[in-house]
Design a protein around this ligand. Structure first.
Ligand SMILES: [Mn+2]
Length: 322
């Protein structure tokens, strides 16, 4: 699907009149958000723009193979930019509350999550797209911008991870056509896939074991796993070591919803997966979070709730959709 000409024109207009850019992504960044941001970074650098790359959270280790990822900063230094581009941020504060204090003349939001609000001057939203990287690919096509090998790698990374290796139902014929074009750039896609799907840290494996061992199954086919602060301390691990743990209970045929509840000093962070019709983005929204129909999450301060109450509230909320 093409992006509306109106959006392309407006994108050009905003980019042309801007000298300084602030690019940012959602908390707990993934390959799609990072790949999208870094490919637009590369585009803007070719136009000789000044670009600051900001991520509130540190990137997961396996994303450090992405070209330009070393340029991403976790600190805010300046308070004024011509244009902000938000990648996969349903609201600006999804990039971290500090971002909302910066002054921007223009805001652009690019996203494929249905929870996205139209807060920007230009909202490039396509809820049917399996990834934001696909939206960026189409944007580049329509801008007549020829992508290079680095951009091909970045967009491929976003697509292959957000489609679950071309496995999730939103994947379509166009996804494969786009990937076929990207692969013409002859990067080592097999090595990238090893990096995304076959690599784990000691901490990741130990936390997976702990989560599965303590997994509870609730009526209505819901699996709940908890990783406490003590678990993270024991393995000298952090939230960045919990990648893909939430997916494991979904391998059990009867399980319709999987929940991973993680605890740190200040907050609980909750991730959902679901099968079929059960819309866990609605469950996450009820707690101020967001995401997709079958993959979502939210965070809540420990001052607002304790773990027992939170578990009950989550299970009650899910029950509405079973
Ligand atoms: Mn995405």
């Amino acid at each position: 699907m093409k992006l509306p000409a109106k959006e392309i024109n407006k994108f050009n207009k905003i980019v042309n009149r801007s000298k300084t850019f602030f690019l940012t992504i959602h908390l707990n960044p993934d390959a799609d958000a990072v790949g999208s941001m870094l490919s637009i970074y590369s585009y803007l650098k070719k136009l000789k723009k000044r670009v600051y790359l900001y991520s509130h959270d540190k990137l997961p280790q396996n994303l450090s193979v992405l070209p330009y990822s070393e340029k991403i900063k976790n600190k805010i230094t300046e308070r004024k930019y011509d244009t902000a581009i938000f990648f996969e941020c349903s609201t600006p504060d999804r990039a971290g509350s500090e971002v909302t204090k910066i002054e921007f003349k223009n805001k652009i939001s690019i996203d494929h999550h249905r929870t996205a609000k139209r807060y920007a001057d230009l909202n490039i939203l396509d809820f049917k797209s399996p990834s934001t990287s696909e939206i960026i690919f189409r944007l580049f096509k329509q801008l007549n911008f020829k992508i290079d090998k680095n951009i091909a790698m970045l967009l491929y990374s976003g697509i292959v991870t957000d489609t679950g290796r071309f496995h999730y139902p939103q994947t379509n014929d166009k996804t494969h056509l786009i990937v076929s074009e990207l692969l013409k750039h002859k990067f080592n896609f097999s090595k990238l896939n090893d990096n995304f799907f076959l690599k784990a840290t000691y901490q990741n494996i130990k936390l997976l074991g702990r989560a599965l061992e303590n997994m509870e199954i609730f009526p209505g086919k819901v699996a709940l796993m908890v990783l406490s602060q003590a678990d993270f301390k024991e393995f000298k691990a952090g939230f960045e070591h919990t990648e893909s743990i939430v997916n494991y209970p979904m391998m059990i045929e009867d399980i319709k919803v999987s929940i991973l509840l993680k605890e740190d000093d200040e907050k609980y962070s909750v991730t959902f997966r679901s099968k079929g019709k059960i819309d866990v983005s609605k469950v996450a929204s009820a707690f101020g979070g967001g995401g997709h129909k079958n993959a979502s999450g939210f965070k809540i301060s420990k001052q607002k709730t304790d773990i027992k109450e939170l578990k009950k509230r989550i299970l009650d909320e899910i029950e509405k959709y079973l």
